[in-house]
Design a protein around this ligand. Sequence first.
Ligand SMILES: Cc1ncc(COP(=O)(O)O)c(C=O)c1O
Length: 411
Amino acid sequence: MTIPFLDLATPHRELKEELVELFTDILLSGRFVGGPVVENFEREFAAYCNVNYCVAVGSGTDALRFALMASGIERESIVLTVPNTFIATTEAISQAGAIPDFVDINEQTYNMDPEKLRDYLETHCVWDAATLMPVHRLTQRPVSAVIPVHLYGQMADMDPITDLARQYNLKVIEDACQAHGAQYYSSLSRQWETAGSMGVAAAFSFYPGKNLGACGEAGAITTNSEELAHKARMLRDHGQSQKYCHELEGYNGRMDTLQAGILSVKLRYLDDWIARRRQAARWYNEFLEELEEVITPAESALCKSVYHLYILRTARRDELKEYLTAHNVDVGLHYPTPLHKQRAYMGRQFSYSAYPVTEKVCREILSLPMFPGLSRQDISFIAHLIQDFDYDEKTSPLYEPHDLTGSPRSE
Ligand SMILES: Cc1ncc(COP(=O)(O)O)c(C=O)c1O
């Protein structure tokens, strides 16, 4: 039995008729960028996220960059996020003219720890009454925004984050690239809120492997601000307010018509796919929760995760990864190296010398296969392999005993 990490072919086989019809219509319409198909998807996705506006763009990275720029963050200001995310989050901060800095994550949820955000604002910043912004003590830069990343499909703890942001005048941009349809119960609004509706803006990725994936690159910004949506529309289209009327220098960051059409078709199935992912997660939990050597994902009572990824943790991660791969189960690492340790940021000073929770978690996490078509039988097969794995270092066949000088024993 071989189990892939992700199955992108089956949903396309199932939707083939609808998708081919759509593809033919767009091919014959001769309209390949923008137009009513894109506008229609924008309306549908805004409604899905429970916001007033959606701006369809070329990728999740575009969405983050344009959302930051359109929200009016100051150049050279600090934007806070977590080191346990994909580099697109910090690339967008730098490309928007700001400086990324990090706060650590919570060990249960793997998302931004609001207490560490508070600690950052209280110990690393002073309040500037003239600009009404926190200013970083060492660099004297203002802190303008925070990007909580809803990693693996579970929303960050948004109430305390938005509360701190209000106190410190920070803009909140959600990185919802892995969290289409995820929900969070806000005790401030006393209702379930949808990912993409809790900040001044949010960014989504429709990269093919995402829960709502295009057949190529695509992304979107969601917001309730008409002004922000208007700026983002200009930024994605060379700064144009109308054809050849450039209000600012922008980018080529529009969504292809074809991708928008495909996303409209797939959006109708998203809730069903999410339900199937949640069922797959329940099956994994049922088989693995009692196993002492692993930690299954903690879904906060305040969250409904959409399980973009199912993350297992174990001290013997590398060995378990090798063992599952050898037994034809594809697994992944999200992410093996925290951002502050990436070569791209070598020589950069961040506010903390270490991010211990991120660093620990990065050594232990393993992403198991997760997609809507996983059956109970598939999961039982994977889980039994995980149960049968020898977690005792000394007796594991993958364990290579070392002598006291540290060199591998030759026999
Ligand atoms: C957390 C996160 N942020 C941003 C992005 C960037 O999205 P894209 O690849 O569509 O540019 C991704 C996509 O992988 C992501 O997972």
